[in-house]
Design a protein around this ligand. Structure first.
Ligand code: ASP
Length: 574
């Protein structure tokens, strides 16, 4: 139907007769007989000079045949890539008329999100959504190509599945043929992909949809997409390399340049240096251990097993209210307090702080020299248990220094050696930090029974600019180790058999050592597009309350459909 795209016309096309298709953007009357019509398709906009009598309106769909010509001297539009040319001698065919759009189809208007989602098909025409979805398409294509190139085979796993061990609430699907029974939508293909390894697939990947019935936030949707990977006979490093290739290629495909080399640090180092397990490396303000300076101190507020500091460059001009609110914030986060020191001079060291008068000279100069603070800086200190001190200052570091999502470099990071267990459940049993099939660190196997909370695992995360992009691990493939981990988790053999019997059963038939990973594609695309909200990079997302304003989902089912499924809906509270 067309010879060119609207956005590709340039001065070199002048004199060419072309046919374009697209939507009417703006229409401006020009004199008595002519109007300028902006014709838009996904590639851009071009101005068409149309007879004033032709009735075309906003968002009508047209096919326009015309001759490209240079715009008259002085009327170029430098804002438009096509701004040197226009279409003249136009004949216009109306392919579809349209009602006035619910909002202007450009990026300038601030439109209520529920209205955008209700008319998503109009919203998708806006340049921002076109950009984001096309970037997403390039990311998916690059990831797929990178996996195929590395010898991975794409395998689709079922959506109608059975509970998986990721720990989130699951969506259930009633079975019509077996009344009273349910399928579960997979939280991830975790068990299915491990079974593929037992099945000899060796290197699997899938661009997999995962479903979790959890409360929604800007960075969470019921359904999300993962680049899901599993491989046999691999070390942790092999898995990292395969994933790294995919995300490096994806980044290049999205933004035109690869990211800088991907660093790696252990979970302990991440907590110690940045106070979080997903450090944002785009800015400094690393946590500094100043325990030595205050060993044996007489200052009660600074006497603790761990004393950590953060230097806030040029933070000395923070006012008293702001400092008070930082102290409050530290307390909310679980610290007993937060000490602050404004550095008025570094040589000789001089501080302004409620605690200054009780510091010894050695403490004052130690604080300044250990943190590298200079006049005009602020130093914040938390004295507490190691983990509390790190986590509280880590959060305050983010509050004060974190850049918006689209700014700064792209700093990927591997975080390794996560603890095997994290926290305890209501019965006091340790909980799996990743999932119960994660292999403990070989050096810590002996601690499994004696001190489980200290066991490190072979689980790792990939982090980008402070966001967790995904997780993975080397899996347990030996029944005896799996048994000990279930014991530590307080999962009795009968329960393990009932929940994961089909996986454990498969292991009796020869399980290769294996490991894998899953990259959160929505989040990666959001960061690469500079978007805070995942909804900006998903074609048809749900709102925060889990609804789709366009389709009206979720909806009631007809009584006949419910009967067929053997379901009866009780009234709320019934
Ligand atoms: N299934 C895990 C997840 O969704 C990823 C993995 O361990 O491969 O986080």
């Amino acid at each position: 139907m067309r010879t060119h795209l609207c956005g590709e016309l340039r001065a070199e096309h002048a004199g060419t007769r072309v046919t374009l298709c697209g939507w009417v953007g703006k229409r401006r009357e020009h004199g008595e007989h002519l109007s300028f019509v902006d014709l838009r398709d996904y590639s851009g906009i071009v101005q068409c000079v149309v007879d004033g009598s032709v009735d075309v309106r906003s968002e009508w769909v047209l096919r326009v045949e015309g001759t490209v010509r240079r715009r008259p001297e002085g009327t170029d539009n430098p804002e438009l890539p096509t701004g040197e040319v226009e279409m003249a001698d136009c004949s216009v065919e109306v392919l579809s008329e349209a009602e006035p759009p619910p909002f202007p189809v450009d990026d300038r208007a601030e439109v209520d999100e529920s209205v955008r989602l209700r008319y998503r098909y109009v919203d998708l025409r806006r340049p921002r959504m076109q950009h984001n979805l096309r970037l997403r398409g390039r990311v998916l294509a690059a990831m797929r190509a990178a996996m195929v190139r590395q010898g991975f085979c794409e395998v689709e796993t079922p959506l109608l599945w059975t509970p998986t061990p990721e720990g989130a609430r699951e969506f259930a699907v009633p079975s019509r043929l077996t009344r009273g029974k349910f399928y579960v939508l997979p939280q991830s293909p975790q068990i299915a992909k491990q079974l593929l390894m037992v099945g000899g697939m060796d290197r699997y990947f899938q661009i997999a949809r995962c479903l979790r019935d959890e409360d929604l936030r800007a960075d969470r949707q019921f359904e999300f997409t993962q680049l899901d990977i599993e491989a046999s006979f691999v070390t942790e490093r092999d898995v990292h390399e395969a994933v790294t290739a995919a995300v490096v290629d994806a980044t290049e495909a999205a933004v035109g340049e690869p990211p800088s080399a991907i660093e790696s640090m252990t979970w302990h180092q991440a907590l110690d240096r940045f106070g979080v397990d997903k450090p944002d490396l785009r800015f400094g303000m690393e946590l500094v251990d100043i325990g030595e300076v205050f060993a044996g101190t007489g200052v009660r507020a600074l006497a603790a097993p761990c004393v950590k500091a953060v230097r806030v460059p040029e933070g000395a001009d923070l006012g008293r209210n702001r400092l008070d609110s930082l102290v409050e914030r530290a307390k909310e986060l679980g610290a007993k307090g937060l000490a602050w020191f404004k550095v008025t001079s570094h040589a000789p060291p001089a501080l302004t702080s409620p605690l200054d008068k009780v510091l010894s000279d050695a403490e004052r100069s130690g604080l300044v020299s250990r943190t590298g603070a200079v006049a005009g800086d602020l130093v914040l200190v938390v004295a507490d248990e190691w983990r509390t001190a790190c986590e509280v200052l880590g959060q305050i570091r983010l509050d004060l220094g974190r850049l918006p999502v689209g700014q700064g470099e792209r700093r990927f990071l591997w975080v390794t050696e996560f603890p095997l267990f994290d926290g305890t459940d209501e019965h006091g049993n340790p909980q799996a930090a990743h999932h119960p099939f994660t292999m403990p660190h070989p050096d810590d196997l002996d601690l499994l029974d004696s001190d489980p909370m200290r066991v490190r695992s072979q689980a790792y995360d990939l982090v980008l600019n402070g966001w967790e992009l995904g997780s993975g691990s080397i899996r347990i493939h030996r029944e005896d180790i799996q048994r000990r981990v279930f014991d530590a988790l307080g999962i009795p053999p009968a329960e393990a058999e009932a929940r994961f019997g089909f996986l454990l059963g498969a292991y009796r038939y020869g399980a290769p050592p294996h490991g894998g990973f899953a990259v959160g594609v929505d989040r990666l695309v959001a960061i690469l597009s500079g978007e805070e909200s995942l909804r900006e990079v998903i074609a048809y997302p749900k709102t925060q309350s889990g609804t789709d304003p366009m389709t009206g989902a979720p909806k009631a089912l007809a009584d006949s459909a419910l009967r067929e499924l053997g379901l009866r809906i009780t009234p709320p509270g019934g």
